[in-house]
Design a protein around this ligand. Structure first.
Ligand code: SF4
Ligand code: SF4
Ligand code: SF4
Length: 291
């Protein structure tokens, strides 16, 4: 088989193994969620076409290793009726990862699996200058490590001091994990530093008088993160996005920026180091402004 043919197979999620003639087949598992029917189909496929085992990847995916080259097409056909597709590799938008989100996890601020499905539906497999990963954490506990993704999203709760019934007890200041709240003096309202605030909402929960309230509960976007050989933590851009639709539109604008400014085989974080994060923000905001 020619090198070019191997590359083509890899793009379609079929990775050549160290052992000649065998492939590890990557499956498309959005946000790490699989139904029992799909699990059953994967089990049977691994028995029929592989050696009865699967590999759980670091990005919540499933791979079936040890599949002979001659069985690849048949394996794909076998899985299709259960709704399990084959993954992608190469310079494309990869399968979106996500935590359980607010429908399952009591800490969750957003429905991460729902957003993962929406983002994946729009952008999965689309071409970009280099691989592009999206990861979604339902809250700032950040189980999915948003900053390690080219586009990471976190559920975010921003507080507002309403002024009503404040007893000046100082609890908000004491509980804030980043020292984002300070009280300038007696009779003065607490100041919230938005740059330091990590959107945990702890001050709102702790305020005994109910003076601190939710200003907004939404989605915070981080851009340019990556792991691998030269890790780089993504930086937060824009304000808190209020809706899922707004967030999907922001990711679309981010991808467009990458296509316009990225060089082949350049990770998004490196593109941003060249262009500056401000240029990305201006591009995304410019998109919002247009009708
Ligand atoms: S990131 Fe937050 S919502 Fe998601 S699983 Fe972790 S604690 Fe729960
Ligand atoms: S915790 Fe609530 S009541 Fe106490 S100082 Fe802060 S805002 Fe005021
Ligand atoms: S939301 Fe969290 S980080 Fe922000 S001010 Fe309140 S306690 Fe501090």
């Amino acid at each position: 088989m020619k090198e070019a043919d191997y590359k083509e197979l890899k793009k379609g999620g079929m990775m050549r193994q160290a052992e000649a003639g065998l492939f590890s087949v990557r499956l498309h598992v959005v946000g790490g969620r699989l139904g029992t029917r799909q699990l059953e189909a994967i089990r049977e496929a691994a028995d029929r076409f592989g050696r009865g085992e699967v590999h759980l990847t670091s990005r919540q995916g499933v791979e079936i290793p040890n599949v002979p080259q001659g069985s690849l097409a048949e394996l794909k056909e076998f899985l299709a009726p259960s709704g399990v597709g084959v993954g992608v590799c190469g310079p494309t938008v990869r399968t979106v990862t996500a935590c359980q989100g607010c429908r399952v996890c009591p800490s969750g601020a957003i429905d991460s699996p729902a957003l993962a499905a929406a983002v994946d539906r729009e952008f999965y497999g689309k071409p970009v200058p280099h691989k592009f990963k999206v990861g979604i954490s339902g809250c700032v506990n950040n189980c999915i490590k948003a900053e390690e993704n080219d586009a990471g999203i976190k559920g975010w709760i921003e507080p507002r001091w309403s002024g009503e019934d404040c007893t000046e007890c100082g609890i908000c200041e004491a509980v804030c994990p980043t020292k984002a709240i300070s009280r300038p003096g007696k009779g003065m309202q607490p100041v919230i530093d938005r740059e330091l605030c990590i959107g945990c909402g702890d001050c709102i929960v702790a305020c005994p008088a109910g003076t601190l309230r939710e200003e907004v509960r939404g989605f915070r976007l981080f851009a340019g993160g990556k792991f691998g050989r030269v890790p780089f933590l993504g930086k937060r851009i824009l304000g808190v996005l209020k809706t899922e639709a707004e967030t999907v539109a922001a990711v679309a604008a981010v991808l467009e920026f990458f296509r316009l400014h990225g060089k082949p085989r350049e990770r998004f974080g490196d593109t941003l180091k060249r262009t500056g994060f401000e240029a990305l923000e201006a591009h995304v905001l410019g998109k919002e402004a247009r009708p």
